[in-house]
Design a protein around this ligand. Sequence first.
Ligand code: FAD
Length: 390
Amino acid sequence: MIHDVVIIGAGPAGLCLARALSGHGLSVVLLERQAEQELAEPAFDGREIALTHASQALLERLGLWQRVPAEDVAVLRDARVLNGPSLFALQIRAEQAGAERLGHLLANQEIRRAAFAAVTECADVQLRCAVSVRAIRRHPREVQLELASGESLRTRLLVAADSRFSETRRQLGIGARLKDFGKTMLVCRMGHEQPHRQTAWEWFGYGQTLALLPLNGNQSSVVLTLPPRDIERLRELDEESFARETERRFDRRLGAMQLVSTRHAYPLVGAYAERLVGPRCALIGDAAVGMHPVTAHGFNFGLGGVQRLSAGVLAAKARGEDIAAPALLSRYERQHRLATWPLYQATNLLVDVYTNDRLPVKLLRGVGLRVAQGVLPLKKGIARHLTAAG
Ligand SMILES: Cc1cc2nc3c(=O)[nH]c(=O)nc-3n(C[C@H](O)[C@H](O)[C@H](O)COP(=O)(O)OP(=O)(O)OC[C@H]3O[C@@H](n4cnc5c(N)ncnc54)[C@H](O)[C@@H]3O)c2cc1C
């Protein structure tokens, strides 16, 4: 038997693509190396995902949003960017785009749980867990996969959704530009004395970068970006000492703080695949574009890719055409690159400038924020981008 689509990686992107393709007469197989239990009940991983209005709309269409308990969704109304010890902040407000909020925040764990539940309802999607692919062979009319168990699978289209360090991408002979920022990000939930007013902070301090994502009540997701050895030390501190040090790093602007979750660390490496497609194959999610989290766009881009690729595949299926035709895949690549490459580059530039602590650059960083604060069209543009419906 030949399948229509095989997706490798049942992370949020792979699961959403499978769900988007379901119900249109295609046979879809999703291969995942983790055990099914880990997908069904994913553990808290510290990531709180800021979702744009367009992403929320897609999650609603896929039937995922409805599966997330309302009390687990937090409103992200405004955002502020700070530099060094200065009290000045660049403010980006939802009202600048005529909206009530810039977006919503949702734990990655919740997204994964909802996506898994949505996919298990799709009779035309076969989810196979605890498997790995040993070899991939491409032929003009199909792709053959050999699993580690020795079993073979045949498909018309192969999609890699197996993370920014994608093994499938390598097996397909597609390179990626990796950018190692040399820092690690520590994420956890913390309670604090002062209210956050549903405002996210991105604080480019000297020698550290801090972020705060507002959750419900007086709790936030705290993100500390530091050299790996400092993160290791912070992870090992007892809860009390960790809270006191985090309070101090936040200059006590939120008053007393307490740790209310486990701590998780992520090495910061960006990735952009050299090609997003090849003969009978495509890359989506972080396997295509692995963003630095500072602009909170990784999964938003992943969902954009799901929408673009599934639209092309489903249109070809409806016309009775090849769902992996070169023209279709090239269109996906063009559209996805256009939507992601400028922000990928801008994000990397922002990180390079705002984590550079040499004196002239420090001065420029402060001037940059004040100039940006005075440019209403720029702030409106950012707010509109986040709140656009699609
Ligand atoms: C700290 C942090 C904060 C973030 N905040 C935001 C945010 O606010 N907004 C936003 O949009 N994005 C954010 N992101 C990015 C977002 O988390 C990712 O873009 C998203 O999780 C990527 O989903 P994915 O499915 O492509 O990859 P992954 O989540 O990496 O999933 C890949 C899946 O593939 C499986 N897999 C891997 N290799 C294989 C293999 N060889 N065979 C089979 N299966 C395999 C894995 O087990 C996993 O299930 C953040 C990321 C981090 C680290």
